[in-house]
Design a protein around this ligand. Structure first.
Ligand SMILES: CC(C)(COP(=O)(O)OP(=O)(O)OC[C@H]1O[C@@H](n2cnc3c(N)ncnc32)[C@H](O)[C@@H]1OP(=O)(O)O)[C@@H](O)C(=O)NCCC(=O)NCCS
Length: 167
């Protein structure tokens, strides 16, 4: 199922598309597109296998495109578990950063979760990822846990939580 973002939530010239239970025919091209995108932005150890992820029923993806094009400029991956949603991944291409794209992706997820009866969004973030931490703070996430060596030696993880009622 795909849905579009409501007007008023987006930076200009960006269109969001939400995909839940990705149809079989769309899985392969979408997995290829996301895989290519991730290679540029994340270390290979953090790359998802979207061929596997897109088969899962509770995985959702929100894509950000330049309006009128198929140019992917950002995306967010989450997993719904009853009243909780895990935000697994979020990224914006380098040339389009600081234009509000990631914030609009999180805002859209929050609105969708609110409508669907979800109460909380949680995530783990590497303490060293300052832009991501600043983004999540600007969206209202609060730190609830800190684990040293979570991502490997010397790499600390922070668990953050957002109350959906507040977005
Ligand atoms: C983190 C990331 C997703 C932010 O994307 P973005 O589209 O540039 O973020 P936005 O423009 O929506 O930023 C919204 C707010 O977050 C904060 N923020 C975002 N990037 C920031 C940065 N580099 N430095 C300081 N604050 C930042 C600011 O408060 C910003 O608002 P402002 O621009 O009005 O000051 C992007 O930098 C990225 O893809 N990084 C690599 C992947 C990553 O770390 N993902 C997160 C972990 S999975």
């Amino acid at each position: 199922m795909t849905t579009a973002a409501p007007v008023g939530l987006l930076p200009s010239a960006i269109v969001l598309q939400s995909i839940v239970a990705c149809p079989l025919k769309d899985r392969e091209p979408l997995a290829a597109k996301l895989g290519k995108f991730e290679k540029k932005l994340f270390p290979s150890s953090e790359a998802f296998d979207y061929g596997v992820e897109l088969k899962k029923k509770n995985i959702g993806i929100i894509l950000a495109f330049k309006e009128g094009t198929q140019e992917l400029v950002g995306y967010l991956v989450y997993q719904r578990q009853k009243s909780l949603a895990w935000l697994h991944k979020l990224a914006t291409i380098e040339q389009e950063r600081r234009k509000g794209i990631a914030k609009s992706l999180v805002g859209f997820l929050c609105q969708q979760m609110k409508k669907g009866g979800c109460r909380t969004i949680v995530l783990w973030v590497d303490e060293a990822r300052s832009p991501a931490r600043a983004l999540y703070a600007s969206c209202g996430f609060q730190q609830i846990e800190r684990l040293t060596d979570y991502y490997g030696p010397g790499r600390t993880a922070l668990k953050l939580e957002l109350n959906v009622a507040e977005c």
